[in-house]
Ligand binder design. Structure first.
Ligand SMILES: CC(C)(COP(=O)(O)OP(=O)(O)OC[C@H]1O[C@@H](n2cnc3c(N)ncnc32)[C@H](O)[C@@H]1OP(=O)(O)O)[C@@H](O)C(=O)NCCC(=O)NCCS
Length: 144
């Protein structure tokens, strides 16, 4: 088994956007969505971004921070944006931003949660596996 990491990648190459419509099954007695439901979507999107960067599956090692900024309701379209911010030897820091819109997409987009997690790439031997270096994103092209 090789322990050589894949070629370096930019955050944009591994970024993940996960969209999900909240239902009545996701809500608590107050009619708002359980924090745990949002946390699972955050973990799913962050794991996908980390795995995409690493080229192998990645497991959650720690949650560095999690903030819930506004309530989410049944019928809201939740969008989870995950992006690798740092690549270590086998670990990666992933930042996540969550937004919500009413299902008919006519209202404002609201920031509802942010999180920062650490993932560790796992190789075929089930041990931590080297990850590619993280390149800076290229500067955005200004409109002509
Ligand atoms: C995460 C895990 C693979 C680390 O294994 P380990 O044998 O402790 O790994 P190492 O000591 O060799 O460390 C490997 C990397 O992980 C990082 N790391 C380990 N534990 C960490 C933690 N709690 N928080 C942040 N980073 C951590 C190390 O800093 C190191 O980073 P680097 O290679 O970029 O320098 C192991 O603890 C594990 O399998 N945990 C359970 C993961 C899991 O099931 N997640 C889902 C939970 S619901």
């Amino acid at each position: 088994m090789t322990t050589t990491p894949a070629p370096a990648r930019t955050p944009a190459e591994s970024a993940v956007r996960l969209a999900h419509i909240m239902s009545e099954h996701d809500t608590n007695l107050y009619g708002t969505v359980h924090g745990g439901v949002v946390m699972k979507l955050i973990d799913d999107a962050a794991a996908a971004a980390a795995g995409r960067h690493a080229g192998v599956p990645a497991v959650t090692a720690s949650v560095q921070g999690m903030s819930f900024l506004a309530p989410v309701r049944a019928g809201d379209l939740l969008t989870v944006h995950a992006r690798v911010e740092r690549a270590g030897r086998t670990s990666m820091d992933v930042s996540v931003a969550v937004t919500s819109e009413r299902w008919n997409l006519t209202g404002p987009v609201t920031d509802v949660a942010t999180a920062r997690l650490v993932f560790v790439a796992i190789g075929p031997d089930s041990r931590p596996h080297p990850v590619p270096a993280l390149l800076p994103d290229p500067p955005e092209e200004s409109p002509a």
